[in-house]
Design a protein around this ligand. Structure first.
Ligand SMILES: [Zn+2]
Length: 142
């Protein structure tokens, strides 16, 4: 069965989830039992969680680099979330550039929002600026 990976915001364990189940019930962490706080199928990850997921993912991974003070990021969030529900074969992640500055600079993220697509652990595409859900879908399917 196809699974996606998510980082627990409480204990930081990496959880394997079946997308169809994760959509219909709010999934809890297999280790600490707390809510994984998914937005759609989007998991907010730390730098460490991001590296683990990228290493262990069997399929494509997409990341939205964002910040809470960024207006376009606020508008983009729900569109990105919507796209995650329509593309369960892709692992959708979000990285807060305020708390994960080292990761953002490692990937050369200058403007936000910045969406980066990875396949086999390597960057294959990036898009600066907000998109709507359809544009995100085209982006992750390229
Ligand atoms: Zn946990």
């Amino acid at each position: 069965m196809h699974t996606i990976l998510s980082e627990c915001p409480h204990c930081h364990s990496i959880n394997k989830l079946v997308p169809e189940k994760a959509k219909s019930q709010s999934p809890v962490c297999g280790k600490c039992g707390k809510n994984l706080n998914l937005h759609g199928l989007v998991s907010e990850v730390s730098g460490e969680g991001f590296r683990k997921i990228l290493k262990n993912a069997s399929g494509p991974v997409v990341v939205d680099f964002w910040a809470s003070w960024c207006g376009p990021c606020q508008m983009y969030g729900p569109e990105y979330e919507k796209a995650s529900l329509g593309n369960p074969e892709v692992i959708f992640l979000k990285v807060n550039t305020e708390t994960e500055q080292a990761l953002a600079s490692q990937f050369g993220v200058r403007g936000i929002p910045c969406t980066i697509m990875f396949k086999g652990g390597k960057e294959v595409a990036r898009q600066a600026g907000a998109m709507n859900a359809d544009q995100v879908t085209s982006f992750v399917r390229t």
